[in-house]
Design a protein around this ligand. Structure first.
Ligand code: ZN
Length: 350
């Protein structure tokens, strides 16, 4: 019998853990078993626990809940490489890939076709994705005081480095600004999202959108990692001083996607983070022979948070994710440019 040598044979598989079990000042790589698969094996989640020497907050870092959104995994690896547990106050729990089946299939969705970031907090005794979501909340998120959930754009689209956070909540507004992104989008976190489910359980959470799917973008990854370290510094979990990025983030109080109304070949004009004016042509659809069918114009002034890059366009395809700039006052009210205030401003999903 030939015994296979597996480089990760020393990684322990557990069903649950108690943070007090880990040595102060230690780094522990684990696999947390989630569900059984169709050959009777386990689908387990890679987790790294950086337990500091002094008591303090627990920060959860999560990536790839959409299985093809990969920059966040590299952000987390960089944070693990940088942070020394012997110098941490509190604990950092790192989950580089939340949606393991989706990651292995190169897909956004879980392997039952559902979006894990729309079924949170899941359900005990539920469907494939619901039970996975439920166990993720119970076995992982239940340990967190804070969470940074890392995403990217979806297939066929690209994103700026932007943060989605409830900017009217002082506990999350500072986390968003500390990340020093290009854009901060005020957004309370829709039902079914990991951020929304974590916030409901008292975990102070933001979502960071780090560029494009299916790739590692080294500059975006570096900026994402710097942002995470800034949050750890502000919480005094690490001693590093905060890194100051030149320029302030643009604060948007709402956002929405524009969709096409005709099918054909789509071309989108503005670059990411470009400011556009009401009436400006942002995209066109041509027929397959190249003749213009329709032009799309910006319905109001805004900034390009994300945009399509995929020319093959069926009616109803996304064009641009338009952010509407506004202000958050010292009483934590969000104001749109026309002076109207929230809470029911529209917001495009990631
Ligand atoms: Zn995502």
């Amino acid at each position: 019998m030939k015994v296979s040598t597996h480089r990760q044979h020393h990684v322990q598989i557990v069903e649950s853990f108690d943070l007090a079990e880990f040595e102060p000042g230690s780094t522990t790589k684990l696999r947390v078993s989630m569900v059984g698969n169709g050959i009777g094996g386990l689908i387990s989640l890679p987790v790294v626990i950086l337990r500091g020497v002094e008591p303090g907050p627990v920060m959860g870092l999560t990536a790839a809940i959409h299985g093809n959104e990969l920059n966040g995994m590299r952000v987390i690896q960089k944070v693990i490489a940088h942070v020394k547990p012997s110098r941490i106050r509190g604990t950092v729990i790192c989950v580089p890939v939340v949606n393991v089946p989706g990651y292995l299939n190169n897909t956004r969705h879980f392997n039952d076709g559902y979006d894990l970031n729309r079924v949170m907090p899941g359900k005990r005794g539920g469907t494939n994705s619901q039970v996975y979501a439920h166990r993720f909340m119970e076995r992982i998120v239940s340990h967190f005081d804070y969470m940074i959930d890392l995403h990217t754009a979806s297939f066929g689209r690209i994103n700026t480095l932007y943060v989605r956070a409830d900017m009217t909540n002082p506990d999350t507004a500072w986390m968003a600004l500390c990340q020093q992104p290009q854009i901060v989008l005020h957004n309370k976190g829709a039902d079914g999202t990991l951020r929304g489910a974590a916030m409901d359980r008292g975990v102070k959470s933001i979502t960071v959108e780090v560029g494009n799917p299916n790739a590692f973008q080294s500059d975006m990854v570096d900026d994402g990692a710097t942002g995470v370290l800034n949050v750890l510094s502000r919480l005094k979990m690490i001693e590093d001083s905060e890194h100051q990025h030149p320029g302030e983030p643009v604060v948007c109080v709402s956002s929405y996607w524009m969709y096409t109304e005709v099918g054909g070949v789509l071309e989108v004009y503005p670059q990411l983070a470009a400011r556009i004016r009401k009436g400006e042509v942002v995209a066109c659809v041509r027929d397959i022979y190249g003749d213009l069918i329709e032009e799309y114009r910006a319905p109001e002034d805004g900034i390009i948070i994300g945009r399509s890059t995929h020319p093959v366009n069926q009616t109803g395809s996304r064009v641009i994710h338009l952010g509407i700039e506004g202000t958050i006052d010292q009483h934590n009210h969000a104001y749109a440019p026309d002076g109207s205030t929230d809470p029911d401003l529209p917001n495009g999903t990631d």
